[in-house]
Design a protein around this ligand. Structure first.
Ligand SMILES: NC(=O)c1ccc[n+]([C@@H]2O[C@H](COP(=O)([O-])OP(=O)(O)OC[C@H]3O[C@@H](n4cnc5c(N)ncnc54)[C@H](OP(=O)(O)O)[C@@H]3O)[C@@H](O)[C@H]2O)c1
Length: 318
């Protein structure tokens, strides 16, 4: 690793998207740190194995809870902070913001966004409440004067292929289609999301900007996705359409947090929130920022599910 490269610290680096970020950071040659909750008898074996793998590829692991003095000390050792906490821990980022303010050395902070462009959508109330927390974090970062990049990564590709197509279930004949299946969504492969994120975190062009990951080959409707999948595995599926009013109804009757995934489905696959705003002059788009980076198209991502499947997501959507 080059001595003059930015040092990157990831909070939540053992999580679903976090591990891709950590591996991307190492693969691009950045000294990489992961702040992780202490390993104890309750820790899942998968996390213990991942931490061993991180050690073997040169990641510096720091174990701890979010104690102020301890995180200030770690933050002082790095240049860039990326947080990939899950939704229930979003407000915990206030502790990281406080620590970054005290440390005073951070060149860029990327909070745990990585979904819809939360400042430009108006989804159903359960998803709105989810996004309100993420927005609060954005406003706190801006008010604090911390250099930032806000990332709208759109759908995690493998995660949503699992959710929509159930590619691991060989006996599945039915595929659920939300509304009429004609709304455009954006599915980006997790490895690319991570590579783009490490690139934007280090890119002066992305200083205090929002970056949207909207590569043209990954804009797809559910019907197009199903047709592509049918062509690849030579199977015809029976589409089971769920009308919009049923989705809205579910968002109203399901208790929290189960009312959030259906509200996300409504936002993404019914309203088309990922594509229904134009990128303006102040916006940056990842595939245009890095035209030489060969991202995985949705077509190529589906090939991976046939040849070398990415691990199934343990998603809130399952
Ligand atoms: N665009 C999409 O399609 C999509 C899909 C899913 C998620 N997301 C977004 O991506 C971000 C990360 O989500 P994720 O699903 O990758 O997160 P995750 O895997 O559920 O969790 C990330 C990490 O948070 C850490 N953590 C800290 N305190 C915790 C606590 N009290 N309980 C549990 N974990 C705790 C854990 O790391 P340690 O154990 O190492 O501390 C955990 O591995 C979120 O902003 C989420 O909204 C987007």
């Amino acid at each position: 690793m080059e001595a003059n490269k930015n040092r990157i610290l990831v909070f939540g680096g053992t999580g679903y998207i976090g591990k891709y970020m950590v591996k991307a950071s190492i693969s691009l040659g950045y000294p990489t740190f992961v702040y992780t909750r202490p390993i104890n008898s309750e820790t899942p074996i998968s996390k213990i194995q991942l931490c061993k793998e991180f050690n073997s590829i040169g990641v510096t692991l720091v174990e701890g809870e979010l104690e102020h003095d301890k995180i200030v000390a770690v933050i002082k050792q790095v240049d860039i902070v990326i947080c990939t906490f899950a939704y229930p821990q979003v407000m915990e980022q206030l502790k990281i913001i406080d620590a970054i303010k005290v440390a005073g050395n951070i060149k860029r902070f990327l909070p745990s966004d990585f979904g819809v462009e939360e400042d430009r959508v108006k989804p159903l109330p359960p998803f709105q409440a989810f996004l309100d927390k993420k927005r609060k974090i954005r406003r706190e970062i801006e008010t604090s004067g911390i250099p930032y990049t806000f990332v709208s990564a759109n759908c995690f590709g493998a995660y949503f292929v699992n959710f929509l197509l159930h590619p691991y279930d060989d006996n599945k004949k039915d595929i659920t289609v939300y509304d009429n299946g004609e709304t455009k969504a954006i599915l980006n492969y997790e490895e690319d999301i991570a590579m783009y994120t490490i690139k934007v975190a280090n890119d002066p062009r992305a200083h205090n900007r929002i970056v949207v990951y909207r590569p043209s080959k990954n804009i797809v409707t559910q019907n197009e996705l199903i047709s592509l999948w049918e062509r690849k595995n030579g199977q015809k599926f029976n589409k089971v359409f769920v009308p919009e009013e049923d989705i809205i109804n579910l968002s109203q009757i399901l208790p929290p947090p189960q009312n959030i995934p259906v509200s996300i489905v409504h936002s993404v696959f019914v309203k088309g929130d990922l594509v229904n705003f134009e990128l303006g002059e102040d916006d940056l788009e990842a595939s245009q920022l890095y035209p030489d980076y060969n991202y995985t198209s949705i077509d190529q991502l589906l090939d991976k599910f046939i040849v070398d499947p990415p691990p199934p997501a343990s998603a809130a959507f399952e």
